[in-house]
Design a protein around this ligand. Structure first.
Ligand SMILES: [Zn+2]
Ligand SMILES: [Zn+2]
Length: 279
């Protein structure tokens, strides 16, 4: 056995989605050597409960890493950071947009496109098109594993594709079905915002991105995130994206819809998604 393989076996990377969608987002990235949160868009007590279920006290977090300032991603970041003395990792425009919500917290600035080490993790951010101050996705590595995260983006480009390229687990927005969104009971201005290239990604565009990634034939898991309650459903998203992948002859990506309000876990050593755990 090569040394690298031993390292891979010794180091399990576990990713838990606590919740996903417009009512709140938070992902726990966890190894035996450390943990971090990506986004903290649930009430503080719920985050603390989820962490306790994972056997973690919030104070052990290496950081709370933010994708952008919208409340469904940042709700309790400041409170959790202040209470448990955990640093918030974000870029300057996002920190400025959050303003008083993160004052008194240890905010560490990470310029868009830069790479930092945080506990056992190596993080690189990349810009995503979304209507926030400086929204980003992340490529997060630990040992030989990589998680790529791009949630809340209206379209994708080379930066997004390259940012997700190395990921074994891709967390990608599949917000809406275009027809369902057209028919949904929202104001036209709201629909226009969601449809815009700086709004939210629809199923077909998410599928096209996964088809591009999957062209290399590498085995990956994809979590479909931030699904609209009224303008999408797990069945519709999975059916459309499977069709897009099948038309592109991509068969190496295992798809799962992220539950809106229940946790889902992925573990690197099994290289598969686990059963949904409700608690
Ligand atoms: Zn959001
Ligand atoms: Zn947003």
């Amino acid at each position: 056995m090569q040394g690298g393989e031993k390292d891979t076996i010794a180091m399990t990377l576990r990713v838990t989605s606590f919740a996903s969608g417009s009512s709140g987002n938070a992902l726990l990235i966890h190894t035996q050597d450390g943990a971090l949160l990506v986004d903290c868009g649930l009430p503080q007590r719920r985050i603390e409960r989820h962490l306790a279920h994972a056997g973690l006290h919030p104070s052990v977090l290496a950081g709370i890493v933010l994708t952008h300032e919208h409340g469904d991603h940042s709700l309790s970041a400041g409170a959790l950071a202040r209470r448990h003395k955990v640093p918030i990792i974000t870029n300057r425009p996002t920190a400025e947009a959050l303003g008083g919500a993160v004052s008194g917290a240890d905010v560490r600035l990470m310029p868009v496109g830069s790479e930092i080490a945080l506990g056992p993790f190596s993080l690189r951010s990349f810009p995503v098109p979304h209507d926030a101050a400086a929204p980003v996705g992340y490529s997060i590595r630990a040992a030989h594993w990589c998680v790529g995260i791009a949630i809340d983006l209206g379209s994708w480009d080379k930066d997004v594709l390259e940012g997700l390229r190395a990921a074994d687990l891709v967390v990608i927005e599949a917000n809406h079905d275009r027809e369902k969104l057209r028919a949904a009971p929202y104001d036209w201005a709201v629909k226009q915002r969601i449809f815009s290239p700086r709004g939210h990604l629809d199923n077909v565009d998410a599928g096209a991105l996964l088809a591009q990634l999957g062209a290399d034939g590498r085995r990956r898991t994809a979590w479909l995130a931030h699904m609209s309650e009224r303008a999408n459903s797990p069945n519709i998203a999975l059916t459309i994206i499977r069709n897009v992948l099948s038309l592109a002859a991509v068969g190496c990506i295992e798809l799962h819809a992220l539950p809106r309000n229940a946790p889902l876990v992925w573990e690197s050593d099994r290289h598969m998604q686990q059963l949904e755990l409700f608690y």
